[in-house]
Write a protein that binds this ligand. Structure first.
Ligand code: 6PG
Length: 468
């Protein structure tokens, strides 16, 4: 008797995916570098369809051919090491699925390396955290299409569902699945930062309590902003610690990063994509880490001398809501624009409506408004920028003035809102038909003879600027 699939890496994501697969009637071989984690699962989960192995050869030989092996190990070196170990036991046609947060260029490299051995490699972004892994994540697989089709029934069965649709879709060749996951994570950063800045305005401009703010988020979650991140935020703000204090007030304000957000920004720089909201969200985490400097600076550097008072509280709350929605839309427009740029560069032929579709459940950025992105790209997969598509342009035109007011009020109050202000700056830059880049070109030509083009004449020009 041989098992349907093998999972390597029994940390929480690997364990929960294993339990999820087994609960759908598949037999699963499991392996972990250290035996303790494997033993823990066998002891604690009474599941006859999960079978432990303590050697790679035993693990590989326990699988039906072509073998399907899901890797849930740390991205980077650990992934390369395990692939190398597996390789000597695999046969032509076997399939390795990397479900970790791997860098897409590593995935491309692994894909083509394994092709030499006739081993199929699927780089699958998997989102949804521990809970998603257990009850249904969103899955973004990239690689060889027929290898994907072979493992599709298993992956489809474990993915999150919306009605009878599963949140999984073939993304495209080689590293495209992990690229989409990287951009998903970048968007996750910006969503989180926009929510945090909204909380900051409600807290420091309106002086509301955590309970009040939780109620506001709860209300927002009923409408356009309905999403997983808004839902968890409302729960977080209500949570008490064992002493009855609001837990949120006890949590140190220094945000960690594991790397995928940074990757998205570096890629944006490489592609010359203005991914300003995500990049500013990453920088905001870096500034948060400078706690000691911030404390020092708070005693040295002054804030605004005086500011207007917000008289109509509920009106201001509604303005924050509208701004949060528009900020979110601008961030997704940038993220999807980067996807389309990468798709052209790597010839991935990405289908954005399918990507937005599988983001609708299971993953961290799941949100009701993704239906609008699905529609926009279904109508036209070549849309240059979501802000130009009918629903989003109408919404931007409706909310842009509010975003402006909220940003200027917060600046007047001295409350930091780096991503909201990036949103309005990008919006204004993007809708400016005559920018100030003419001056930049003149400066470049002045000091470096870098040349410039003219509106009124064809060709490339250089001026001797010092002769007046
Ligand atoms: C997901 C998450 C997941 C993880 C991030 C957190 O989609 O399930 O994005 O991948 O929580 O890596 O990233 P940071 O530690 O960088 O915030």
């Amino acid at each position: 008797f041989k098992n349907d699939i093998g999972v390597i890496g029994m940390a929480v994501m690997g364990r929960n995916l294993t339990l999820n697969i087994a609960s759908h009637g598949y037999t699963v071989s499991i392996f972990n570098r250290t035996p303790q984690k494997t033993e823990y699962i066998i002891k604690n989960f009474d599941n006859k369809t999960i079978l432990p192995f303590f050697s790679i050869s035993g693990f590989v030989n326990s699988l039906k051919k072509p073998r399907c092996i899901l890797l849930m190990v740390q991205s980077g070196k650990a992934t390369d090491n395990i692939i190398l170990k597996l390789l000597s036991y695999l046969s032509s046609g076997d399939i390795i699925i990397d479900g970790g947060n791997s860098f897409y260029k590593d995935t491309i490299r692994r894909y083509y390396n394994l092709l030499k051995y006739n081993v199929n490699f699927i780089g699958a972004g998997i989102s949804g955290g521990e809970y998603g892994a257990l009850y249904g994540p969103s899955i973004m697989p990239g690689g060889n299409k027929s290898a994907y089709n072979f493992i599709k029934p298993i992956l489809k069965s474990i993915a999150a569902k919306i009605g009878n649709e599963s949140c999984i879709s073939y993304i495209g060749p080689d590293g495209s699945g992990h690229y989409v996951k990287m951009v998903h994570n970048g968007i996750e950063y910006a969503d989180m930062q926009l929510i945090a800045e909204s909380y900051s305005m409600l807290r420091h401009i309106l002086n509301l309590s955590n309970q009040d703010i939780s109620d506001i988020f709860s209300q927002w979650n009923q409408g356009e902003l309905n999403s997983y991140l808004i839902k968890i935020t409302k729960n977080i703000l209500k949570k008490k610690d064992s002493n009855g204090n609001d837990l949120i007030d006890c949590i140190l304000d220094q945000a960690d990063t594991k790397g995928t957000g940074e990757w998205a920004c570096k890629e944006a720089l490489e592609l010359h994509e203005p991914l300003t909201l995500i990049t500013m969200s990453v920088f905001s985490r870096y500034i948060s880490v400078l706690k000691l400097q911030r404390i020092l600076a708070s005693n040295i550097l002054l804030g605004p001398r005086n500011h207007c008072i917000i008289h109509n509280q509920s009106e201001f709350i509604e303005k924050i809501r509208q701004s949060l929605y528009l900020g979110k839309i601008i961030s997704y427009s940038q993220g999807f624009s980067q996807l389309s740029h990468a798709s052209q560069k790597y010839h991935w032929n990405l289908k954005y409506s399918n990507i937005a579709k599988i983001f609708r459940s299971g993953c961290i950025i799941q949100a009701r408004f993704l239906n609008k992105i699905v529609e926009a790209y279904k109508y036209d997969n070549t849309t240059m920028n979501l802000l130009l598509s009918p629903y989003f342009q109408e919404l931007a035109n409706k909310y842009q003035n509010t975003l402006r007011q909220v940003v200027s009020d917060s600046i007047q109050y001295g409350v930091a809102i780096p991503v909201f202000s990036s949103a309005i700056s990008y919006y204004d830059s993007y809708r400016t038909s005559f920018s100030s880049a003419n001056l930049i070109q003149a400066q470049r030509d002045y000091f470096g003879a870098h040349t410039y083009k003219r509106y009124d004449q064809d060709g490339v020009f250089h001026t001797n600027w010092s002769s007046y």
